[in-house]
Ligand binder design. Structure first.
Ligand code: AN7
Length: 351
């Protein structure tokens, strides 16, 4: 039986005796050891935290279950969020499970097809806007300020509380914090949540050390790296196509307090890491998730010495969510045949 985030971590979360406890099976995700990319990056040890194993295929579920439980506790009947896709899929799932009205406000053009398919099927009300994520976030903030609807973006502090539990699991699995944590950065909530989780784990003496937090934005949406909001962000990694991250200052604090870095990777670097993950490691992640691996490879190739380091890359979302990007990858071999064994034997050189 999977306990879920609320039951397993309840004592570390801001729950009360009135908070409903339920789960879709979120949390408790695998930490998988790398061979190939570890060697390529010269890492002593490299692990992937597979957040793609959450019920809607992304890390958002850890935080959503807490945000939705608190919304129910507080008597809410409608949840709203802006999203580049994964938050909306998660909100739609937990909203459906709990009988809430779920309203998602998303960019018309830039949400990966699998994520929209999830929201449609879970039965959310889908508001497609002629704008980007930053516009969508402004709209839902205004809605939540004026009306009795619960905002479930990561501005909702319960989201970050739930997401911090992934750091607890890493510490538990390794017996200590890693030396470096590589993580994609979009709206900057997750890097903030992990830093909170590692700090709490340190205070509770589950680990004597803390990781350096290594965040990676996409180059076309690298507001934090460039030091100013990006008017028209653009990247193939649509999940992190954010021009003005809501948790900007908290992410900078995580970088400074941990002695880490926030840097950017190009779409080419993202796509290289995306295919390497699939072809060398057998892990199908979405492009935004590959930004963490691309960042690791970029720094390793730039001369960063990691041979004595324990490194974790957070793999935030599933490759199945973005089939259009996946089918655009050059196949190793792909050809059409008659339904005939001989033709395939010929093509395989087995004749
Ligand atoms: C796969 O769903 O912002 O830095 O609206 O889906 O906490 O924003 C998603 C973000 C990384 C970045 N990887 O996390 C949304 C949304 C994946 C993501 C991020 C997202 P944050």
């Amino acid at each position: 039986m999977i306990n879920g985030v609320l039951e397993r971590y309840g004592e570390y979360l801001p729950l009360t005796e009135k908070t409903p406890i339920f789960t879709l099976g979120e949390g408790d995700t695998p930490l998988v050891k790398s061979e190939s990319i570890a060697a390529e990056a010269g890492c002593g040890e490299l692990y992937f935290k597979l957040e793609i194993c959450n019920p809607t295929g992304s890390f958002k579920d850890r935080g959503m279950v807490v945000a939705v439980a608190k919304a129910l506790e507080e008597g809410g009947d409608t949840i709203v969020c802006a999203s580049t896709g994964n938050t909306s899929a998660s909100a739609a799932a937990y909203g459906a499970r709990c009988g809430l009205n779920t309203v998602i406000v998303v960019p018309n053009k830039y949400v990966a097809r699998g994520k929209l398919a999830q929201a449609v099927t879970y039965g959310a009300r889908i508001m497609l806007i002629d704008g980007g994520f930053d516009d969508a976030l402004r709209i839902v903030r205004e809605l939540a300020a004026k009306h009795p609807v619960v905002l479930v973006n990561s501005l909702n502090p319960y989201r970050l509380q739930g997401q911090k539990t992934a750091a607890f699991e890493i510490v538990n699995d390794l017996g200590t914090a890693p030396d470096h944590l590589f993580i994609p950065v979009g709206n900057a909530g997750n890097i903030t949540a992990y830093w909170l989780g590692f700090q709490e784990a340190h205070q509770m003496e589950w680990t004597g050390t803390l990781p350096k937090m290594m965040g990676f934005e996409a180059e076309g949406a690298a507001a934090i790296v460039k030091g100013h909001p990006i008017e028209t962000p653009n990247t193939i990694a649509s999940a992190i196509r954010v021009g003005n991250p809501a948790s900007w200052t908290k992410a900078v604090r995580a970088r400074e307090e941990s002695g880490g870095a926030i840097d950017s990777v190009t779409d080419d670097e993202i796509m290289e890491a995306y295919t390497l993950m699939a072809r060398e490691e057998g892990i199908f992640c979405e492009p935004a998730s590959a930004a963490s691996v691309a960042g690791l490879l970029k720094l390793a190739r730039g001369g960063m010495r990691l041979q004595d380091s324990k490194v974790v890359c957070v793999i935030t979302g599933s490759g199945l969510k973005d089939p259009d990007t996946a089918v655009g990858v050059d196949p190793v071999f792909r050809e059409e045949f008659p339904a005939d064994t001989g033709a395939i034997e010929d093509a395989m050189g087995l004749a």
